[in-house]
Design a protein around this ligand. Sequence first.
Ligand code: PLP
Length: 333
Amino acid sequence: MPDFFSLPRERIATLPTPLEFMPRLTEELGGPRIYLKRDDLTGLAFGGNKTRKLEYLIADAKQKGVTHFITEGGVQSNHVRQAAAAARLGGMQAELVLNTPDDDVPLQGNLLIDDLLGAHCHYAATGPDRKPKMAEIAERVKAQGGVPYIVVSGGSDAVGSQGYVGMIQEMNGQLAEQGVSPRCVYVANGSAGTQAGMLVGQALFGGGYTIKGYCVVPGGAEEITQDTLTLANQCAAHIGADPVDPSLVLCDDTQFGSEYGCPTAEALEAIKLLAHTEAILLDPVYSSKAFAGMMVDIRAGLYANDDAIVFIHTGGAPALFAKVDLLKPILSR
Ligand SMILES: Cc1ncc(COP(=O)(O)O)c(C=O)c1O
């Protein structure tokens, strides 16, 4: 086994996150025993899956003497919000490139937190405009004697994905302690780093469960499966592990809906169900779509009542405040 534990890591997450049985949700759905891995509680400005990736990205940046931590995302990006917080802790200035068609974008949800954290926000009209803008900022930083560090969308590169290699080891320990052997682990797949890291983690630390990722960005299951496999193998190579078995990379695009960021009726039902049973909030862009996919499998009778399954709650609730209009169908008024 490679020496995964000697890799540079900045301890900024609140770990381990709980692995919790959901009794009311299990009863309501009348299916298998459902467990949540609470990565919405990782800490770092409202938590979420990016904290684990940022532990490695910030450590890498620190080793390189970085002064400006540059990254990108949609205007309500959770990754960007957590990157702004991580950069603060690492003593770096966050430079965030956010795409929005809105010239006068309101300070709400994740963007409000970016601002409170003192990040510099730069706006781009579209997603493809972000990369040139990041390069421009990096040049400006260099010209002023600083050291820039550019992080791709979602922190999903070989370094960032390591965070989810470690999550598998942590979760496997909790499953063993609680005597649980899940048949499937469900997770949202946006920029693929979370699922890719989990696949490498499973190859290293074991676990007899299926990992099922739900696509929340356009591209289709085939392309996203390939991207996830490529990233998993880049991460595996980075830490000296063997490549991942391609047959274990499962990405499902049936919950994507009409567009990125727009919750489907099923995702809204998922938000309402988890809030009303366990008082836990899913987000409208990622976790609710993966949760809806898990509900489809349960309702299709895939599991017996004494089976167990795990849902990785990847966080993202701050986006709820910025998407009130889209939540209307499940609000009282
Ligand atoms: C709340 C939330 N869940 C899941 C994901 C997907 O993670 P990844 O981009 O690593 O696939 C994201 C990514 O932005 C996210 O913000």
